[in-house]
Design a protein around this ligand. Sequence first.
Ligand SMILES: Cc1cc2nc3c(=O)[nH]c(=O)nc-3n(C[C@H](O)[C@H](O)[C@H](O)COP(=O)(O)OP(=O)(O)OC[C@H]3O[C@@H](n4cnc5c(N)ncnc54)[C@H](O)[C@@H]3O)c2cc1C
Length: 395
Amino acid sequence: MKKRIVILGGGTGGTLVANRLRRALSPQDAEIVVVDLDDEHVYQPGLLFAPFGPFTVHTRRRLVHARHGALHPGIEFRKALIDHVDLDRNRVLLDNCVWLDYDVLVVATGARPVPERTEGLSADGAAERVHGFYTLRAAERLSRALREFAGGRLVVDVAAMPIKGPVAPLEFCFLADEYFRHRKLREKVELTFVTPLDGAFAKPVLSRTLEGLLRDKGIELVTGFAAGEVDGGGEGPGRLVARDGREVPFDLAVVVPQHAGAAYVQRSGDLGDELGFVRVDPETLRSLAKPDVFALGDATDVPTAKTASVAQSEGEVVAANVGAHLAGRELPARFDGHANFLVDAGSGPASPPGHLEKLAARRLYWHEMLAGRRTAGIDVGALPHTAPSGQDLRP
Ligand SMILES: Cc1cc2nc3c(=O)[nH]c(=O)nc-3n(C[C@H](O)[C@H](O)[C@H](O)COP(=O)(O)OP(=O)(O)OC[C@H]3O[C@@H](n4cnc5c(N)ncnc54)[C@H](O)[C@@H]3O)c2cc1C
């Protein structure tokens, strides 16, 4: 009998796993349905670069494509908000009151910033001097603020872990250094990177390299700073206030809020943990709640980095295991937990998004990665990020 595979989320992981499964399974054997709340697929690694140039209609065109266009023929796309999963009856409730039955469910609804977990932050960007770059709207607003910034204290803060694209805040510092040099303003800008971690990054080897780069570029590093409040209003400078009472003043703050899983996960029985990340076996990526549910990408509680390149590796595992599960076989594939990082240290002249390297990475993302094709070990998600001397910075 024909089976139905429902994939929740049509972002990086959901798209590439849908395309992989479509190639592997015949339409007579399996129907594949992808659900997402909108039809706008954002190339998220590109959000890092967008604030450093004018945010035009072309910027948007480069970063956003139609989701349905990235799905192979034979995959059904449903635009709807997921309300919850009924794990006992193998069905998903959509916001238009439609129940969608499944034989196998793949959860790929990613991670979302939750600014409301930090006092003083809000989804709308909060105070005038407080910004972000993890959404299209935030990146566009920050592009204006950077253009108008004529000097002072610029603080880049990771409010709390986990976050997706964990190297991006550091890369933002390097690109800001280069951007202000290019504008001949660097001497008037005090750059500070503030993190709740004990070092610049969670992986010790990469952390040491990044700390050296921060030093070389005259960027101050503040560690062990768990932001309790971001005070961006009123007269005088704004303040980041840590839970232990320490303060960091700023004229412009770029804050990356803590992330959580999609809200519906917590309305779906035992599917997720307290932050809404889907509890899975870290190797097979099968849900701990039900054997016919799998998850990948930022949505899971797997203790590895939340990056597109991890979603790509996990997609290969999930596609193989879903196929085996449908055929009644043992699950053959295992994720080994690895994550690669290539870091853009801003070594070249500051250039707007669109130079050749970034173009190549973006093209690979849309045409190779999302198609669910192997890319000969290339970390496509991280491709725009070249180390200063081209060395591999993996931990
Ligand atoms: C600024 C930035 C820079 C980054 N840089 C890099 C990099 O250099 N290299 C790298 O590898 N990775 C990078 N990343 C991380 C990378 O983009 C993500 O890890 C990757 O996109 C995760 O894929 P995913 O499928 O798990 O989630 P996503 O691609 O985010 O997809 C999740 C989908 O689920 C949908 N969804 C969520 N909730 C619901 C709901 N209730 N109903 C319906 N649909 C829902 C969303 O609309 C979305 O389309 C970066 C991220 C950012 C923000």
